[in-house]
Design a protein around this ligand. Structure first.
Ligand code: ADP
Length: 499
């Protein structure tokens, strides 16, 4: 058996990727699913569509690699985090569409809970602020709004899962013997798990009115949970790894130890900083989360900085302003001028996330003069990505007392050379891009492969990490300081806009 298959159940699509022993992607199957927007602020997915796509993606990947289940040592799962599915244990039918992580319909539940103790009410236990983003209020909403759901959940007839659990349960047989399990990284995003005990907590379940009977068992990120069911193309293959997408990317970047980190540049940016066995409470606007757990080993924790708008600002330049035709074009447009011409963009489109957490902020373009052109705006857009990342890294340094000596990056925007150079300049540390850009799926493959002995251990995985490109800081200190001062001056000017 020479391969491991990773299933990446993402926000926009589901992919299956076949990896070889050297961690190289051999074949990919991919299908997009519908984004369902019933009202402003509501975002749903159809779980049955996702499961059908998962099966088809597996078929595509095996066919393209020209292999069968006999060639596959293990399967790993990674997934969009926080998204909630509730289904009937006996029939396998969801009781409602999945409520997606971006969905804000539960703000009233959040406000009600925050009225008693503030948004950090559960932060000490869970590592998270109260927010619509996390799973708990979404489960409560389903139980309150689907006819009869609360009674059925209490009677043990309904099951809850994030999409890792939904895929695993179906893959392992569904209503006929499906395994109902999640991993510590996904459970750490629900607001229902205690970071220390890694178990559901009764007081949290009471506060959010979620019956324990519907919850999956919380297991490690790397162990055999079960085998694929008799109707699967992968039947009898062990499913042996689960990691939420950002944690999977961290694992795929081989950032296994304290002080190691990665930054993913996608629609938004997510920086994860490994704090080892220590739970570090953020005082500077970061989330505390589980990085991974291997079998019975001690869990590894992390600080996470989530930035809402980075790649989506480039989409906005393309779709709303029309100043570029494709995302990569932003680079040549920005490179056509020597500097930003005094323009600064603070893309607080939906408020600011880490490290500010200001829902009242809205986006601004500052410093406009008659001289400014679309090229300056393109440049300022790219610079805003680097500045926001610098703020998150400063928060990490302040919380963890560690200064990074390099930054490992991945995601769609790291193809942008100008951005990566500016990022190195503004951070004053080298920025490193790996050869395998599919770090999320790779991390899930690693977790599964480790559990079945396909790879020998973390040292072997570290040795598979290959640098593709490195950007060295080249900006004079005085210039960096001046530019950072400008940015820090700009940010608060977006506050208190939306009240
Ligand atoms: P996600 O996983 O969140 O869907 P990806 O990692 O695929 O995102 O990255 C896509 C994002 O990167 C898009 O928002 C797009 O605007 C941006 N992007 C893609 N290529 C470039 C580029 N060359 N320069 C700047 N931004 C880019």
């Amino acid at each position: 058996m020479d391969y491991v298959v990773a299933i990446d159940q993402g926000t926009t699509s589901t992919r299956a990727i076949v990896f070889d022993r050297r961690g190289r992607p051999v074949a990919v199957g991919q299908l997009e699913h519908r984004q369902i927007f019933p009202r402003a602020g509501w975002v749903e997915h159809d779980p049955m569509e996702i499961w059908a796509n998962t099966r088809e993606a597996i078929g595509q990947a095996l066919a393209k690699a020209d292999i069968t289940r006999y060639d596959v040592a293990a399967v790993g799962i990674t997934n969009q985090r926080e998204t909630v599915v509730v289904w009937d244990r006996a029939t396998g039918r969801p009781i409602h569409n999945a409520i997606v992580w971006q969905d804000t319909r539960t703000q009233a539940i959040v406000d009600e809970l925050a009225a008693d103790g503030g948004v950090d009410r559960f932060a000490d236990v869970t590592g998270l602020p109260l927010a619509t983003y996390f799973s708990a209020t979404k489960i409560a909403w389903l139980l309150d709004n689907v006819e009869g759901a609360r009674e059925r959940a209490e009677a043990g007839e309904l099951l809850f899962g994030t999409t890792d659990t939904w895929v695993l349960w179906n893959l392992t047989g569904g209503a006929r013997g499906g395994v109902h399990v999640t991993d510590v990284t996904n459970a750490s995003r629900t607001l229902l798990m205690d970071l220390r005990t890694l178990d559901w907590r009764d007081d949290l379940l009471r506060a959010f009115r979620v019956p324990r009977a519907m919850l999956p068992d919380i297991r490690s990120s790397s162990e055999v949970y079960g085998t694929a069911g008799p109707r699967s193309l992968l039947r009898e293959t062990p499913i042996a790894g689960i990691l939420g997408d950002q944690q999977a990317a961290t694992f795929g970047q081989a950032a296994f130890d304290r002080g190691e980190s990665k930054n993913t540049y996608g629609t938004g940016n997510f920086l994860i900083f490994n704090t080892g066995e220590e739970i570090v409470r953020s005082r500077h606007g970061l989330i505390t989360t589980v990085a991974y757990r291997r079998g019975d080993d001690a869990p590894r924790y992390a600080l996470e900085g989530s930035i809402a708008v980075t790649g989506s600002l480039i989409q906005w330049l393309r779709d709303n302003l029309g100043i570029i035709r494709s995302a990569p074009e932003v680079e040549s447009l920005a490179a056509s001028v020597d500097d930003n011409g005094g323009v600064v963009i603070v893309p607080a489109f939906s408020g600011l996330f880490a490290p500010h957490w200001r829902p009242d902020a809205r986006g601004a373009i500052l410093g406009l003069t008659r001289y400014a052109t679309k090229a300056h705006i393109a440049r300022a857009a790219l610079e805003s990505v680097a500045f926001q990342t610098r703020e998150v890294l400063d928060a990490v340094s302040a919380d963890a007392g560690i200064t990074l000596d390099e930054l490992r990056v991945d995601g769609g925007m790291v193809a942008n050379d100008l951005l990566m150079q500016f990022q190195a300049d503004i951070l004053d540390v080298p920025v490193l891009r790996p050869e395998v850009a599919e770090t999320t799926a790779l991390g899930a493959a690693y977790a599964a492969g480790l559990a079945v002995g396909f790879w020998s251990g973390l040292d072997e995985l570290r040795s598979l990490w290959r640098e593709d490109r490195r950007w060295h800081p080249a900006m004079p200190d005085a210039e960096r300081a001046a530019r950072l001062a400008r940015w820090r001056d700009a940010v608060p000017r977006t506050f208190d806009w939306e009240r």
